[in-house]
Design a protein around this ligand. Structure first.
Ligand code: XMP
Length: 524
């Protein structure tokens, strides 16, 4: 049995953070839309109601039927969740005179309340709401307040129901993690035993039961998600898993060989397919970014399908889908236009009549990395930056040619190796709460672009007329938003010098200082 906390999502921007905080406590949780309440099974130890951009007083305010939950299971309402319970269970919610937004000092008024065990009498919290609870629900009493908010937190007597109008899940609520810990461990009674090792054991067992003796195929990309999915499945079903790794001719320097070697070291059954010429022929003369993406995507599907057909009797297609993709596709806000890795084989399962298996669909990215580490995958592989399916094809702006690929590969190699070799003491971008020991690990994603412009320079005594390289390095959590990294000047000076001196065809290097939005991470 997997102890689980259910989070009902009313559409807040920060619902995923509630999940993150619980996972950091090794407590397994699932986020579901407010209107699709699961069957309440015995493994659900408690329920959290999230915040929402809506007001409970709106006609179309999100409504959740709590009849199987409230009074039966431990329940914590956060922000809208707290107001929702006040509104529907005998209290009153008003629009407050001033929007309560930002930092506030919380004062605990019931100090022995279990939700505040180990929490300071006063601590900073984060408020974000336009409404306020004017009257508490029936049988409730106040347990904390702020200067402006009288009913900042309450408890309903005679049942395990708590509510807070602030957001304990966000960084600015300094002791919020302690409150969530009290809820999960001391109120719901979770043991915090959901670790990478326990995940591996239960997933391997579940995969064996699901897949039996069936054959499975999986497209490897060299990225973290597909690699961890493959190693996990290999542990579960061994040789019944066949992995396909396609060289699309657009990979980085030595990438195909290096990654293929590490896969073999991991004992995976991998078919490496050289298809570079085919991809390049499809790209000849194509300059429009979307047309390039389409050409690369459809060629990939053709090549993958041709290889997959050779594996007789394959019944399943395995994919490295991860939790943010899953939450987003069922989100109350509807799927956004994010580009997802599994779109790289879009349409294939239906065409080939394959069932889908997704062993990582409950994990966040850093959890995938932790599982990878626990599976013994090398740090260089688990800590790799994301890399887009269309590869360098969308980092060479305009038409892709062999010559431009050579230039970009060499420049990118200098940049990426430089990042790996540059020591630093910065937080890790891959593992929250850990430190990175080099620049590469402190960055979420870095890459190099080749611009379709030439400019004049001088090399020795000669005039040059050559290409411009743009470097990009960003910090992000999921690729949806991103900020450019303040790389050290000395580092940039060295990399720029090395690229211009060593890569024939480049006489200028720029650094991209745009955030996403409004820019994107990739240039095409
Ligand atoms: P953008 O450029 O939209 O990229 O800010 C966000 C993240 O997605 C990656 N990306 C892709 N990944 N197939 C993928 O598997 C794609 O077609 C694709 N396009 C962009 C990008 O590298 C970044 O991490």
């Amino acid at each position: 049995m997997q102890e689980t906390i259910l989070i009902l999502d009313f559409g807040s921007q920060v619902t995923q953070l509630i999940g993150r905080r619980l996972r950091e406590l090794n407590v397994y949780c699932e986020i579901h839309p407010y209107n699709k309440i699961l069957e309440i099974t015995s493994d659900i130890k408690g329920v959290i109601l999230s915040g929402s951009p809506s007001s409970v007083r709106d006609d179309k305010a999100p409504f959740a039927d709590l009849s199987n939950i409230k009074g039966r299971l431990p329940l914590l309402g956060i922000c809208y969740g707290a107001q929702f319970m006040a509104h529907h269970f005998g209290g009153e919610v008003n629009s407050s005179l001033a929007r309560e937004y930002g930092r506030a000092m919380l004062t605990v008024v019931e100090e022995d309340n279990i939700l505040f065990r180990g929490v300071s009498k006063t601590s900073q919290v984060w408020m974000s709401h336009g409404d306020t609870i004017a009257r508490l629900p029936k049988n409730a009493h106040v347990i904390a307040k702020t200067d402006d908010v009288e009913n900042a937190a309450y408890k309903i007597d005679g049942e395990d129901t708590w509510a807070v109008q602030f957001h304990p899940e966000v960084f600015h609520s300094k002791e919020g993690p302690k409150m969530l810990e009290n809820f999960a461990m001391n109120i719901c009674g979770c043991h915090g035993n959901w670790t990478p090792d326990s995940f591996i054991d239960t997933t391997v067992e579940a995969m064996r039961a699901k897949l039996g003796n069936d054959k499975v195929i999986l497209g490897l990309s060299g990225g973290v998600d597909s690699t961890v999915a493959a190693v996990l499945l290999n542990k579960a079903i061994g040789k019944n898993l066949t992995c396909i790794f396609v060289d699309n001719g657009l990979l980085r320097k030595n990438e195909f060989e290096d990654v293929l070697d590490s896969y073999k070291d991991l004992g995976l059954n991998v078919i490496g397919v050289h298809a570079g010429n085919l991809f390049l022929s499809k790209l000849a003369g194509v300059t429009d970014p979307e047309a390039k993406r389409k050409a690369i995507g459809s060629t990939f599907i053709d090549v993958f399908e041709a290889e997959a057909k050779k594996i007789e009797g394959a019944k399943w297609l395995a994919q490295g889908t991860i939790y943010p993709d899953v939450i987003e596709s069922v989100s109350v806000n509807g799927p956004s236009c994010k580009i997802k890795s599994h779109h790289n084989v879009g349409g294939l399962p239906e065409k080939m009549n394959l069932k889908i298996v997704e062993p990582l669909r409950t994990l966040f990215k850093d959890e995938v990395r932790r599982v990878g580490r626990a599976l013994g995958i090398k740090r260089e592989l688990v800590g790799r930056h994301p890399f887009p399916g269309p590869s360098l094809g969308i980092r060479i702006l305009g038409e892709v040619t062999e010559e431009k690929l050579r230039i970009l590969r060499d420049a990118d190699d200098i940049f990426i190796r430089g990042l790996r070799e540059w020591k630093c003491e910065l937080p890790s971008a891959s593992y929250p709460n850990e430190m990175a020991d080099n620049l590469y690990d402190s960055i979420w994603q870095a890459g190099t672009m080749l611009l379709p412009v030439k400019s004049v320079g001088v090399m020795g005594d000669e005039r040059s007329y050559e290409y411009t390289i743009a470097l990009r390095a960003v910090i992000s959590t999921d690729g949806m938003t991103a900020d450019w990294v303040h790389l050290p000047y000395e580092f940039m000076a060295k990399v720029s010098n090395d690229i211009i001196n060593k890569v024939k065809g480049v006489n200028r290097v720029c650094y991209d200082i745009s955030s996403k939005p409004p820019a994107t991470i990739e240039w095409e």
